[in-house]
Design a protein around this ligand. Structure first.
Ligand code: ZN
Ligand code: ZN
Length: 366
């Protein structure tokens, strides 16, 4: 196992970062990105499938649910809508604040079709998302309940490493404006913890190593082009933070009139840093650690659930909780984004993908 870990991390040292698609603002994004489709559009055809049905494509849905921790592995998934699938769907629906019917209703299919990440919501049969709560709550409005989660074994940065450094892959040409996005994202977590984050030049020696990569980049979690998987980060103390270089990352400005595929870089960075520090996903939709975010939305403010989770791992800021950077003029997640003509845009969401393999490996080494 140790060899496997060393091998996988060694591979990462020799990844070949790419020039990422980073746009200073929405108006600089080419219009052809409006035609982007999601990776899981294939699941549309499953509408109307019922328990007991046999339907071509249900096996792919089982593979999808298996990947994210909802259904046990099997050498060959069948196209039968069996009780195992129904049970998995109920759990999935519970985690995403949907009606836990176990049926493929419109809302569930819409959620499933959204691009999402590779990390399971349920790891080692354990989760603090809704389905892990004693009462299996389904309401999306239970703000007083904590749903933050940790990686198996609760890995965190050790006590003697509270002042962390980060660096960017030297092959990625990033402007100061882009680097400032990451600095702001780190500052949001530093404001509520004893942790500090400093940018350094040396990529190899930095605690946290940030790079944009495309496709298969050597860690078993290949990126998948536009949308789908956007980014992933390893649990502590690995420090690997990868972003999909094929996405259309937006550095600043109002995203409400952006093409569907436009992604706010800071929103993703804040989320991924949560993983780098040890947080898993949460069912609280307002939280940074909720696995999806509505497209063309900027979501950068830590919610109480995020703060409670990170402070359970590290404690609070010894200077008191400092004010995180302002989210400036861009809309909050609560604001309903409207397109230019006033119509509600397609509710495209996307997921982020921390890398589970390394998390489990690190856990097993303990
Ligand atoms: Zn990666
Ligand atoms: Zn995530």
């Amino acid at each position: 196992m140790k060899f496997l870990l060393i091998t996988s991390l060694s591979l990462l040292l020799f990844l070949n970062p790419i020039s990422a698609h980073i746009f200073p603002n929405v108006s600089s994004i080419p219009s052809w990105l409006n035609k982007t489709t999601c990776a899981w559009d294939q699941f549309k055809k499953l509408k109307g499938c019922r328990p007991g049905d046999r339907f071509n494509g249900l096996s792919n849905l089982k593979t999808y649910l298996n990947r994210f921790g909802y259904i046990p592995s099997s050498p060959n998934f069948t196209d039968l809508f069996d009780p195992l699938l129904q049970s998995a769907l109920k759990t999935y629906q519970t985690n995403f604040n949907l009606n836990a019917t176990g049926l493929l209703d419109d809302q569930t299919l819409a959620q499933i079709q959204l691009p999402r990440c590779g990390i399971p919501d349920i790891i080692n049969n354990s989760t603090s998302m809704n389905s892990g709560q004693p009462t299996g709550r389904q309401s999306p409005h239970f703000h007083s309940v904590s749903h933050y989660s940790f990686f198996p074994g609760r890995p965190i940065w050790p006590a003697h490493r509270r002042d962390l450094t980060y660096a960017f892959a030297p092959e990625n040409p990033l402007s100061n404006e882009v680097k400032a996005v990451f600095a702001r994202a780190f500052a949001r977590w530093a404001a509520v913890t004893p942790l500090t984050f400093s940018a350094v030049e040396s990529f190899r020696s930095a605690d946290i190593r940030i790079g944009f990569y495309a496709g298969d980049h050597g860690d078993g979690e290949p990126f998948d082009g536009v949308l789908g998987t956007l980014a992933h980060a390893f649990s502590p103390p690995s420090g690997h933070f990868h972003l999909d270089g094929d996405e259309s990352w937006v550095v600043s400005g109002d995203l409400r009139s952006a093409p569907l595929a436009a992604i706010d870089l800071e929103s993703v960075a804040v989320h991924e840093i949560g993983h780098l520090l040890g947080l898993g996903h949460s069912s609280v939709e307002e939280s940074i650690m909720f696995p999806t975010i509505t497209s063309r939305t900027r979501k950068v403010d830590l919610a109480a659930d995020d703060i409670n989770g990170i402070q359970e791992l590290y404690g609070g800021n010894p200077n008191g909780n400092l004010s995180p950077p302002s989210s400036s003029t861009t809309p909050s997640v609560q604001e309903r984004e409207m397109s230019r003509n006033g119509a509600a845009p397609r509710p495209l969401r996307f997921w982020w993908s921390p890398v589970l393999i390394a998390a489990v490996e690190l856990f097993l080494m303990r």
